[in-house]
Design a binder for this molecule. Structure first.
Ligand SMILES: Cc1ncc(COP(=O)(O)O)c(C=O)c1O
Length: 461
Protein backbone atom coordinates (compact mmCIF):
# COMPACT_ATOMS: atom_id res chain seq x y z
CA UNK A 1 0.00 0.00 0.00
CA UNK A 2 1.43 3.41 -0.89
CA UNK A 3 1.96 6.04 1.80
CA UNK A 4 -1.04 8.19 0.83
CA UNK A 5 -3.39 5.19 0.79
CA UNK A 6 -2.15 4.23 4.24
CA UNK A 7 -2.78 7.77 5.58
CA UNK A 8 -6.28 7.81 4.01
CA UNK A 9 -7.09 4.48 5.65
CA UNK A 10 -6.07 5.89 9.02
CA UNK A 11 -8.37 8.88 8.47
CA UNK A 12 -11.34 6.64 7.62
CA UNK A 13 -10.61 4.63 10.75
CA UNK A 14 -10.78 7.77 12.88
CA UNK A 15 -14.13 8.67 11.37
CA UNK A 16 -15.92 5.35 11.75
CA UNK A 17 -14.20 2.62 13.72
CA UNK A 18 -14.76 2.37 17.47
CA UNK A 19 -11.66 0.81 19.06
CA UNK A 20 -11.94 -1.51 22.06
CA UNK A 21 -9.62 -0.68 24.96
CA UNK A 22 -8.33 2.48 23.28
CA UNK A 23 -8.02 6.14 24.12
CA UNK A 24 -10.14 7.80 21.43
CA UNK A 25 -8.26 11.11 21.65
CA UNK A 26 -4.92 9.37 21.04
CA UNK A 27 -6.38 7.58 18.05
CA UNK A 28 -7.62 10.89 16.67
CA UNK A 29 -4.31 12.69 17.16
CA UNK A 30 -1.86 9.90 16.30
CA UNK A 31 -3.97 7.70 14.04
CA UNK A 32 -4.16 3.92 14.30
CA UNK A 33 -1.38 1.43 13.57
CA UNK A 34 -2.88 -0.35 10.59
CA UNK A 35 -1.64 -3.92 10.08
CA UNK A 36 -1.95 -5.30 6.59
CA UNK A 37 -0.55 -8.80 6.48
CA UNK A 38 1.37 -11.43 8.41
CA UNK A 39 4.05 -14.05 7.84
CA UNK A 40 5.27 -16.45 10.51
CA UNK A 41 5.73 -14.48 13.74
CA UNK A 42 5.85 -11.17 11.87
CA UNK A 43 3.15 -8.69 10.88
CA UNK A 44 3.50 -5.87 8.39
CA UNK A 45 2.00 -2.41 8.72
CA UNK A 46 0.11 -0.76 5.87
CA UNK A 47 3.10 1.60 5.67
CA UNK A 48 5.41 -1.37 5.00
CA UNK A 49 7.05 -1.63 8.43
CA UNK A 50 7.70 -5.12 9.79
CA UNK A 51 7.10 -6.04 13.44
CA UNK A 52 7.81 -9.19 15.38
CA UNK A 53 4.40 -9.79 16.97
CA UNK A 54 5.64 -10.26 20.52
CA UNK A 55 2.07 -10.44 21.86
CA UNK A 56 0.73 -12.99 19.34
CA UNK A 57 -2.08 -10.51 18.67
CA UNK A 58 -3.98 -10.66 21.95
CA UNK A 59 -2.04 -13.56 23.55
CA UNK A 60 -3.59 -15.77 20.95
CA UNK A 61 -2.14 -16.36 17.49
CA UNK A 62 -0.20 -19.42 18.57
CA UNK A 63 0.62 -20.69 15.07
CA UNK A 64 1.67 -17.33 13.70
CA UNK A 65 0.16 -15.42 10.83
CA UNK A 66 0.48 -17.63 7.76
CA UNK A 67 -0.55 -21.17 8.65
CA UNK A 68 -1.96 -22.38 5.34
CA UNK A 69 -3.46 -25.55 6.82
CA UNK A 70 -5.88 -23.46 8.88
CA UNK A 71 -6.87 -21.51 5.79
CA UNK A 72 -7.45 -24.75 3.90
CA UNK A 73 -9.49 -26.26 6.76
CA UNK A 74 -11.74 -23.19 6.71
CA UNK A 75 -12.01 -23.24 2.91
CA UNK A 76 -13.02 -26.91 2.79
CA UNK A 77 -15.63 -26.49 5.51
CA UNK A 78 -17.00 -23.34 3.87
CA UNK A 79 -17.41 -25.35 0.69
CA UNK A 80 -19.16 -28.25 2.39
CA UNK A 81 -21.34 -26.70 5.10
CA UNK A 82 -20.62 -23.03 5.83
CA UNK A 83 -23.14 -22.85 8.64
CA UNK A 84 -25.39 -25.08 10.62
CA UNK A 85 -26.75 -24.69 14.10
CA UNK A 86 -26.89 -26.98 17.11
CA UNK A 87 -30.03 -25.82 18.96
CA UNK A 88 -32.93 -28.24 19.40
CA UNK A 89 -30.77 -31.38 19.13
CA UNK A 90 -29.36 -30.62 15.67
CA UNK A 91 -25.68 -31.30 15.26
CA UNK A 92 -22.77 -31.49 12.80
CA UNK A 93 -19.55 -33.42 12.55
CA UNK A 94 -16.99 -30.63 13.16
CA UNK A 95 -18.79 -29.66 16.38
CA UNK A 96 -19.01 -33.28 17.58
CA UNK A 97 -15.37 -34.01 16.76
CA UNK A 98 -14.13 -30.83 18.43
CA UNK A 99 -16.06 -31.52 21.64
CA UNK A 100 -14.69 -35.07 21.66
CA UNK A 101 -11.11 -33.97 20.98
CA UNK A 102 -11.17 -31.19 23.58
CA UNK A 103 -12.48 -33.45 26.31
CA UNK A 104 -9.81 -36.01 25.39
CA UNK A 105 -6.93 -33.59 26.03
CA UNK A 106 -8.52 -31.63 28.90
CA UNK A 107 -7.89 -32.27 32.60
CA UNK A 108 -9.59 -35.41 33.87
CA UNK A 109 -13.32 -35.33 34.37
CA UNK A 110 -14.12 -32.43 32.03
CA UNK A 111 -16.26 -34.51 29.71
CA UNK A 112 -18.67 -31.98 28.19
CA UNK A 113 -18.28 -28.75 26.23
CA UNK A 114 -20.59 -25.78 25.70
CA UNK A 115 -19.28 -23.67 22.80
CA UNK A 116 -19.55 -19.94 22.20
CA UNK A 117 -17.53 -17.28 20.38
CA UNK A 118 -15.25 -15.49 22.81
CA UNK A 119 -13.53 -15.88 26.14
CA UNK A 120 -15.94 -13.37 27.66
CA UNK A 121 -18.95 -15.40 26.58
CA UNK A 122 -17.42 -18.64 27.83
CA UNK A 123 -16.94 -17.09 31.27
CA UNK A 124 -20.39 -15.54 31.16
CA UNK A 125 -21.77 -18.98 30.36
CA UNK A 126 -19.82 -20.37 33.33
CA UNK A 127 -21.61 -17.92 35.62
CA UNK A 128 -25.04 -18.82 34.25
CA UNK A 129 -24.26 -22.54 34.42
CA UNK A 130 -23.15 -22.18 38.06
CA UNK A 131 -26.41 -20.44 38.96
CA UNK A 132 -28.52 -22.92 37.00
CA UNK A 133 -26.62 -25.83 38.57
CA UNK A 134 -27.26 -24.64 42.11
CA UNK A 135 -30.95 -24.19 41.39
CA UNK A 136 -31.14 -27.80 40.15
CA UNK A 137 -29.31 -29.28 43.13
CA UNK A 138 -31.51 -27.46 45.64
CA UNK A 139 -28.99 -24.84 46.77
CA UNK A 140 -30.56 -21.67 45.38
CA UNK A 141 -28.79 -19.47 47.93
CA UNK A 142 -25.36 -20.38 46.53
CA UNK A 143 -25.00 -17.66 43.93
CA UNK A 144 -21.93 -15.54 44.75
CA UNK A 145 -18.74 -15.87 42.75
CA UNK A 146 -15.24 -14.96 43.85
CA UNK A 147 -12.78 -13.45 41.37
CA UNK A 148 -9.39 -11.92 42.12
CA UNK A 149 -8.00 -8.42 41.90
CA UNK A 150 -5.93 -8.14 38.70
CA UNK A 151 -7.87 -11.13 37.30
CA UNK A 152 -9.20 -10.73 33.77
CA UNK A 153 -12.15 -12.71 32.49
CA UNK A 154 -13.61 -10.49 29.77
CA UNK A 155 -16.05 -7.70 29.16
CA UNK A 156 -19.59 -9.10 29.06
CA UNK A 157 -21.65 -8.11 32.09
CA UNK A 158 -20.86 -11.15 34.23
CA UNK A 159 -17.29 -11.77 33.05
CA UNK A 160 -16.42 -8.08 33.48
CA UNK A 161 -17.83 -8.36 36.99
CA UNK A 162 -15.50 -11.27 37.72
CA UNK A 163 -12.61 -9.26 36.32
CA UNK A 164 -10.70 -7.53 39.10
CA UNK A 165 -9.50 -4.46 37.23
CA UNK A 166 -11.08 -1.13 38.14
CA UNK A 167 -11.06 0.40 34.62
CA UNK A 168 -13.27 -2.48 33.42
CA UNK A 169 -15.89 -1.48 36.03
CA UNK A 170 -15.66 2.30 36.09
CA UNK A 171 -18.74 4.01 34.63
CA UNK A 172 -20.14 0.66 33.48
CA UNK A 173 -21.96 0.25 36.81
CA UNK A 174 -20.11 -2.99 37.53
CA UNK A 175 -19.38 -5.34 39.20
CA UNK A 176 -22.74 -7.04 39.69
CA UNK A 177 -23.66 -7.42 43.37
CA UNK A 178 -23.08 -11.18 43.47
CA UNK A 179 -19.39 -10.87 42.56
CA UNK A 180 -16.65 -10.40 45.15
CA UNK A 181 -12.88 -10.30 44.80
CA UNK A 182 -9.94 -11.65 46.72
CA UNK A 183 -6.17 -11.03 46.58
CA UNK A 184 -3.99 -11.16 43.50
CA UNK A 185 -1.12 -13.60 44.06
CA UNK A 186 1.58 -11.02 43.43
CA UNK A 187 4.27 -10.90 46.08
CA UNK A 188 5.99 -8.06 44.23
CA UNK A 189 2.95 -5.78 44.43
CA UNK A 190 1.25 -6.79 47.65
CA UNK A 191 3.71 -8.33 50.12
CA UNK A 192 4.12 -6.56 53.43
CA UNK A 193 7.57 -5.29 54.34
CA UNK A 194 9.96 -8.24 54.88
CA UNK A 195 7.19 -10.77 54.25
CA UNK A 196 8.55 -13.95 52.63
CA UNK A 197 6.86 -15.50 49.62
CA UNK A 198 5.62 -18.38 51.81
CA UNK A 199 4.23 -15.99 54.43
CA UNK A 200 2.55 -13.90 51.74
CA UNK A 201 0.99 -17.01 50.19
CA UNK A 202 -0.31 -18.17 53.57
CA UNK A 203 -1.73 -14.73 54.27
CA UNK A 204 -3.66 -14.44 51.03
CA UNK A 205 -4.97 -18.00 51.33
CA UNK A 206 -6.19 -17.09 54.84
CA UNK A 207 -7.76 -13.95 53.41
CA UNK A 208 -9.73 -16.09 50.97
CA UNK A 209 -11.06 -18.20 53.82
CA UNK A 210 -11.94 -15.08 55.80
CA UNK A 211 -13.83 -13.70 52.80
CA UNK A 212 -15.76 -16.97 52.44
CA UNK A 213 -16.70 -16.82 56.13
CA UNK A 214 -17.75 -13.19 55.81
CA UNK A 215 -19.93 -13.76 52.74
CA UNK A 216 -21.26 -17.02 54.18
CA UNK A 217 -20.05 -20.31 52.65
CA UNK A 218 -23.67 -21.27 52.04
CA UNK A 219 -23.92 -18.30 49.63
CA UNK A 220 -20.74 -18.91 47.63
CA UNK A 221 -21.04 -20.87 44.42
CA UNK A 222 -17.67 -20.64 42.69
CA UNK A 223 -14.16 -19.25 42.54
CA UNK A 224 -12.60 -18.33 39.20
CA UNK A 225 -8.90 -18.00 38.44
CA UNK A 226 -6.48 -17.89 35.54
CA UNK A 227 -3.51 -20.20 36.17
CA UNK A 228 -1.31 -17.22 35.22
CA UNK A 229 -2.93 -13.80 35.11
CA UNK A 230 -2.43 -12.20 31.71
CA UNK A 231 -4.14 -8.86 31.23
CA UNK A 232 -3.61 -8.15 34.94
CA UNK A 233 0.12 -7.84 34.18
CA UNK A 234 1.37 -11.44 33.76
CA UNK A 235 1.15 -12.41 37.42
CA UNK A 236 2.72 -15.83 37.91
CA UNK A 237 1.43 -17.49 41.09
CA UNK A 238 4.01 -18.06 43.83
CA UNK A 239 4.98 -21.69 44.47
CA UNK A 240 2.30 -23.49 46.46
CA UNK A 241 -0.36 -20.82 45.93
CA UNK A 242 -2.92 -23.07 44.27
CA UNK A 243 -2.04 -25.93 46.65
CA UNK A 244 -3.28 -23.69 49.45
CA UNK A 245 -6.33 -22.34 47.60
CA UNK A 246 -7.80 -25.60 46.30
CA UNK A 247 -8.30 -27.32 49.69
CA UNK A 248 -10.16 -24.23 50.91
CA UNK A 249 -12.51 -24.45 47.93
CA UNK A 250 -13.06 -28.15 48.58
CA UNK A 251 -13.63 -27.57 52.29
CA UNK A 252 -16.54 -25.22 51.54
CA UNK A 253 -17.79 -27.13 48.49
CA UNK A 254 -17.08 -24.18 46.19
CA UNK A 255 -16.78 -24.90 42.46
CA UNK A 256 -13.44 -24.08 40.85
CA UNK A 257 -13.62 -22.45 37.39
CA UNK A 258 -10.25 -22.28 35.68
CA UNK A 259 -9.96 -19.64 32.98
CA UNK A 260 -7.50 -21.06 30.45
CA UNK A 261 -8.32 -18.47 27.79
CA UNK A 262 -4.65 -17.39 27.65
CA UNK A 263 -2.90 -20.35 29.25
CA UNK A 264 -4.65 -23.11 27.29
CA UNK A 265 -2.88 -25.09 24.55
CA UNK A 266 0.78 -24.93 25.46
CA UNK A 267 1.39 -21.39 26.63
CA UNK A 268 2.82 -22.37 30.01
CA UNK A 269 4.85 -25.30 28.66
CA UNK A 270 2.09 -27.87 29.30
CA UNK A 271 -1.09 -28.35 27.29
CA UNK A 272 -3.02 -26.51 30.00
CA UNK A 273 -2.06 -24.29 32.91
CA UNK A 274 -4.02 -26.83 34.98
CA UNK A 275 -1.19 -29.32 34.38
CA UNK A 276 1.54 -26.78 35.20
CA UNK A 277 -0.07 -25.91 38.55
CA UNK A 278 -1.87 -29.18 39.34
CA UNK A 279 -5.35 -27.67 39.22
CA UNK A 280 -8.50 -29.77 39.48
CA UNK A 281 -11.25 -27.69 37.91
CA UNK A 282 -14.98 -28.30 37.92
CA UNK A 283 -15.20 -26.09 34.85
CA UNK A 284 -12.64 -24.69 32.46
CA UNK A 285 -12.90 -22.02 29.78
CA UNK A 286 -10.84 -21.94 26.58
CA UNK A 287 -10.69 -19.61 23.56
CA UNK A 288 -7.88 -17.73 21.74
CA UNK A 289 -5.30 -20.47 20.99
CA UNK A 290 -8.10 -23.00 20.50
CA UNK A 291 -8.19 -21.81 16.88
CA UNK A 292 -4.90 -19.89 16.89
CA UNK A 293 -7.39 -17.00 16.71
CA UNK A 294 -7.92 -17.52 12.99
CA UNK A 295 -11.65 -17.70 13.69
CA UNK A 296 -13.61 -16.91 16.88
CA UNK A 297 -14.54 -19.89 19.02
CA UNK A 298 -14.53 -20.61 22.75
CA UNK A 299 -15.63 -23.41 25.03
CA UNK A 300 -16.81 -24.04 28.57
CA UNK A 301 -15.82 -27.53 29.70
CA UNK A 302 -17.59 -29.13 32.63
CA UNK A 303 -17.73 -32.30 34.70
CA UNK A 304 -20.44 -34.97 34.60
CA UNK A 305 -21.81 -33.67 37.90
CA UNK A 306 -22.52 -30.24 36.44
CA UNK A 307 -23.69 -31.59 33.11
CA UNK A 308 -26.12 -33.94 34.87
CA UNK A 309 -27.70 -30.96 36.64
CA UNK A 310 -28.11 -29.11 33.34
CA UNK A 311 -29.70 -32.23 31.86
CA UNK A 312 -32.09 -32.40 34.80
CA UNK A 313 -32.97 -28.70 34.34
CA UNK A 314 -33.53 -29.19 30.62
CA UNK A 315 -36.15 -31.85 31.37
CA UNK A 316 -37.77 -29.86 34.17
CA UNK A 317 -37.89 -26.63 32.12
CA UNK A 318 -38.47 -28.19 28.72
CA UNK A 319 -34.99 -27.18 27.50
CA UNK A 320 -31.65 -25.84 28.68
CA UNK A 321 -32.49 -22.38 27.39
CA UNK A 322 -29.06 -20.99 26.75
CA UNK A 323 -26.96 -20.85 23.57
CA UNK A 324 -25.66 -18.57 20.83
CA UNK A 325 -26.29 -18.66 17.09
CA UNK A 326 -22.66 -19.49 16.35
CA UNK A 327 -22.21 -22.18 19.04
CA UNK A 328 -19.76 -24.72 17.57
CA UNK A 329 -19.89 -22.85 14.24
CA UNK A 330 -18.79 -25.54 11.76
CA UNK A 331 -16.09 -23.44 10.06
CA UNK A 332 -14.65 -22.25 13.39
CA UNK A 333 -14.82 -25.82 14.72
CA UNK A 334 -13.02 -27.14 11.62
CA UNK A 335 -10.24 -24.58 12.08
CA UNK A 336 -10.00 -25.40 15.79
CA UNK A 337 -9.76 -29.13 14.98
CA UNK A 338 -6.95 -28.45 12.52
CA UNK A 339 -5.22 -26.26 15.13
CA UNK A 340 -5.36 -29.08 17.67
CA UNK A 341 -4.09 -31.53 15.04
CA UNK A 342 -1.10 -29.25 14.32
CA UNK A 343 -0.35 -28.92 18.04
CA UNK A 344 -0.25 -32.69 18.26
CA UNK A 345 1.71 -33.39 15.06
CA UNK A 346 4.33 -30.75 15.79
CA UNK A 347 4.33 -31.49 19.51
CA UNK A 348 3.88 -27.82 20.33
CA UNK A 349 4.21 -28.47 24.06
CA UNK A 350 7.74 -29.90 23.59
CA UNK A 351 8.61 -26.97 21.35
CA UNK A 352 7.53 -24.51 24.05
CA UNK A 353 9.52 -26.49 26.63
CA UNK A 354 12.56 -26.30 24.37
CA UNK A 355 12.54 -22.61 23.44
CA UNK A 356 10.93 -20.99 26.48
CA UNK A 357 14.00 -21.16 28.79
CA UNK A 358 15.73 -18.72 26.43
CA UNK A 359 12.83 -16.25 26.74
CA UNK A 360 12.69 -16.60 30.51
CA UNK A 361 16.49 -16.28 30.91
CA UNK A 362 16.46 -13.20 28.69
CA UNK A 363 13.71 -11.63 30.79
CA UNK A 364 15.59 -12.49 34.00
CA UNK A 365 18.72 -10.83 32.57
CA UNK A 366 16.67 -7.63 32.19
CA UNK A 367 16.23 -7.65 35.94
CA UNK A 368 19.59 -5.81 35.99
CA UNK A 369 18.18 -3.00 33.89
CA UNK A 370 17.84 0.18 35.97
CA UNK A 371 14.12 0.46 35.12
CA UNK A 372 13.17 -3.14 35.94
CA UNK A 373 11.89 -4.03 39.40
CA UNK A 374 10.85 -7.58 38.60
CA UNK A 375 11.07 -9.93 35.64
CA UNK A 376 8.60 -12.82 35.67
CA UNK A 377 7.06 -15.41 33.43
CA UNK A 378 6.52 -19.05 32.61
CA UNK A 379 6.64 -20.87 29.29
CA UNK A 380 6.20 -18.35 26.51
CA UNK A 381 4.60 -15.54 28.48
CA UNK A 382 6.36 -12.99 30.63
CA UNK A 383 6.73 -9.39 31.70
CA UNK A 384 9.12 -6.88 33.20
CA UNK A 385 7.80 -4.50 35.85
CA UNK A 386 8.99 -0.90 35.69
CA UNK A 387 10.10 0.89 38.82
CA UNK A 388 11.71 4.20 39.69
CA UNK A 389 13.40 2.65 42.71
CA UNK A 390 14.42 -0.97 42.98
CA UNK A 391 14.77 -0.74 46.76
CA UNK A 392 11.18 0.23 47.53
CA UNK A 393 9.59 -0.97 44.24
CA UNK A 394 8.08 2.48 43.69
CA UNK A 395 5.92 2.75 40.58
CA UNK A 396 6.02 5.66 38.16
CA UNK A 397 3.08 8.04 38.20
CA UNK A 398 0.75 6.49 35.55
CA UNK A 399 0.07 9.99 34.17
CA UNK A 400 3.69 10.13 32.94
CA UNK A 401 2.91 7.34 30.49
CA UNK A 402 6.36 5.74 30.66
CA UNK A 403 5.02 2.25 29.91
CA UNK A 404 3.16 3.53 26.85
CA UNK A 405 6.32 5.33 25.76
CA UNK A 406 8.32 2.09 25.99
CA UNK A 407 5.63 0.20 24.09
CA UNK A 408 5.81 2.83 21.33
CA UNK A 409 9.63 2.66 21.27
CA UNK A 410 9.29 -1.11 20.86
CA UNK A 411 7.59 -0.46 17.52
CA UNK A 412 10.53 1.70 16.46
CA UNK A 413 12.77 -1.28 17.23
CA UNK A 414 10.53 -3.65 15.28
CA UNK A 415 8.76 -5.46 18.13
CA UNK A 416 5.20 -5.45 19.44
CA UNK A 417 5.13 -5.62 23.23
CA UNK A 418 2.29 -4.53 25.51
CA UNK A 419 2.19 -2.07 28.36
CA UNK A 420 -0.07 -3.07 31.24
CA UNK A 421 -0.01 -0.62 34.15
CA UNK A 422 3.72 -0.59 35.03
CA UNK A 423 4.51 -3.82 33.25
CA UNK A 424 5.70 -4.53 29.73
CA UNK A 425 4.38 -7.91 28.63
CA UNK A 426 5.49 -10.37 25.96
CA UNK A 427 3.56 -13.41 24.74
CA UNK A 428 4.81 -14.41 21.29
CA UNK A 429 3.34 -17.02 18.94
CA UNK A 430 4.17 -20.51 20.20
CA UNK A 431 5.98 -21.29 16.94
CA UNK A 432 8.67 -18.72 17.70
CA UNK A 433 12.26 -19.98 17.32
CA UNK A 434 15.48 -19.15 19.20
CA UNK A 435 16.65 -16.44 16.79
CA UNK A 436 13.25 -14.73 16.90
CA UNK A 437 13.26 -14.86 20.69
CA UNK A 438 16.65 -13.08 20.64
CA UNK A 439 15.20 -10.47 18.33
CA UNK A 440 12.20 -9.93 20.61
CA UNK A 441 14.42 -9.59 23.69
CA UNK A 442 16.76 -7.20 21.88
CA UNK A 443 13.86 -4.99 20.77
CA UNK A 444 12.49 -4.98 24.31
CA UNK A 445 15.91 -4.14 25.79
CA UNK A 446 16.36 -1.23 23.38
CA UNK A 447 12.88 0.07 24.15
CA UNK A 448 13.69 -0.07 27.88
CA UNK A 449 16.95 1.82 27.22
CA UNK A 450 14.98 4.50 25.38
CA UNK A 451 12.58 4.62 28.32
CA UNK A 452 15.49 5.08 30.71
CA UNK A 453 16.94 7.95 28.65
CA UNK A 454 13.50 9.54 28.50
CA UNK A 455 12.88 9.17 32.24
CA UNK A 456 16.28 10.68 33.02
CA UNK A 457 15.80 13.59 30.61
CA UNK A 458 12.41 14.32 32.15
CA UNK A 459 13.99 14.04 35.62
CA UNK A 460 11.51 11.34 36.67
CA UNK A 461 14.43 9.43 38.18
C1 LIG B 1 -7.87 -14.94 30.80
C2 LIG B 1 -8.87 -14.31 29.88
N1 LIG B 1 -10.16 -14.64 30.00
C3 LIG B 1 -11.09 -14.12 29.19
C4 LIG B 1 -10.76 -13.21 28.21
C5 LIG B 1 -11.82 -12.63 27.35
O1 LIG B 1 -11.72 -13.17 26.07
P1 LIG B 1 -12.37 -12.39 24.83
O2 LIG B 1 -11.59 -11.14 24.63
O3 LIG B 1 -12.24 -13.39 23.72
O4 LIG B 1 -13.79 -12.13 25.16
C6 LIG B 1 -9.42 -12.86 28.04
C7 LIG B 1 -9.03 -11.90 26.99
O5 LIG B 1 -7.91 -11.45 26.92
C8 LIG B 1 -8.46 -13.40 28.91
O6 LIG B 1 -7.19 -13.05 28.82
Amino acid sequence: MNKQASIDLGQRDIEHLVHPYSNFANNRSGGPLVIERGEGVYVYGADGRRFLEGMAGLWSTSLGFSEKRLVEAARQQLDKLPYSQIFGNRSHEPGIRLAEQLTRIAPEGLNHVLFSNSGSEANDAAVKVVWYYNNQIGKPARKKLIGRYFGYHGVTVASASLTGLTPVHTDFDLPLPRMVHTDAPSHYHFANKDESVAEFTDRIANNLETLIQKEGPENIAAFIAEPVMGAGGVIVPPPGYFDKIQPILRKYDILFIVDEVITGFGRTGEMFGCFTYNLKPDMMTVAKQLSSSYLPISGLLMTDKIHDALAQGSVKNGAFSHGVTYAAHPVCAAVALETLAIYQERDIVSHVKKVSPRLQQGLQALQNHPLVGEARGVGLVGAVELTRSKTDRAAFDPKLGLGAYIQARGLEHGVIVRNIRDAIAVCPPLIINDAEIEELLEGLRRALDDGLDHARKQKWI
